[in-house]
Design a protein around this ligand. Structure first.
Ligand code: SF4
Ligand code: SF4
Length: 183
């Protein structure tokens, strides 16, 4: 596991811990999560680890990166906790802590948001090219070739190569960064 400096980790997870203080461990979030079969630590268990100061165990797993922000858990939590936002903060924490095991999901996330910021939606070809270039490993893209062809043949991705974009959502992204104290 990557070495996490304790004080850095505590600083990053403190807001998440605050958000889930009133969790009663009912397990509704786990039962509601469509992705929990891909997680080795369930959502309920994640909150338990945080509340009992075992965040390192949480970051030893990639479970929170499996969250697809569907909001089911948030809608169904009997305590009204902002669980999707908490998952998002965990992803951001992994990125800020520059943990090697989360590097690929952080780069994927950055490339995705970059495309949304430029075009107001994802342009799949540009997004994946940006992601593959950022990986700096020419071998990895070959592992996605058959999936890419399958998606293309089914019309799930559009073969658009018009890179660039006009920065349609740049103003909005700047405002959010300001509100979140990132700039
Ligand atoms: S649904 Fe809410 S209260 Fe229940 S375990 Fe999940 S976070 Fe805790
Ligand atoms: S928001 Fe994330 S953690 Fe919550 S139910 Fe959806 S995928 Fe699961």
């Amino acid at each position: 596991m990557d070495k996490i400096r304790n004080e850095q980790l505590l600083e990053q997870i403190e807001p998440v811990k605050e958000m889930i203080q009133t969790c009663i461990q009912c397990g509704t979030c786990t039962a509601s999560c469509p992705n929990n079969e891909f997680m080795d630590i369930t959502p309920r268990h994640m909150w338990r680890l945080l509340l009992t100061d075992h965040a390192e165990a949480l970051f030893a797993s990639k479970s929170f990166t499996m969250c697809s922000s569907c909001y089911y858990c948030t809608l169904r939590c009997p305590r009204g906790l902002e669980l999707t936002a908490a998952m998002s903060l965990l992803k951001q924490a992994a990125s800020r802590l520059k943990l090697k095991k989360f590097q690929r999901s952080s780069l994927f996330y950055d490339a995705f948001l970059d495309s949304v910021q430029k075009h107001g939606r994802v342009k799949e070809m540009e997004f994946m090219t940006h992601y593959f270039v950022s990986l700096k490993n020419p071998v990895i893209p070959f592992g996605y070739a058959s999936l890419g062809l399958k998606l293309l043949s089914k019309g799930k991705i559009r073969p658009e190569f018009g890179f660039g974009g006009k920065g349609k959502l740049t103003g909005l992204f700047k405002k959010v960064a300001e509100l979140e104290g990132m700039k």
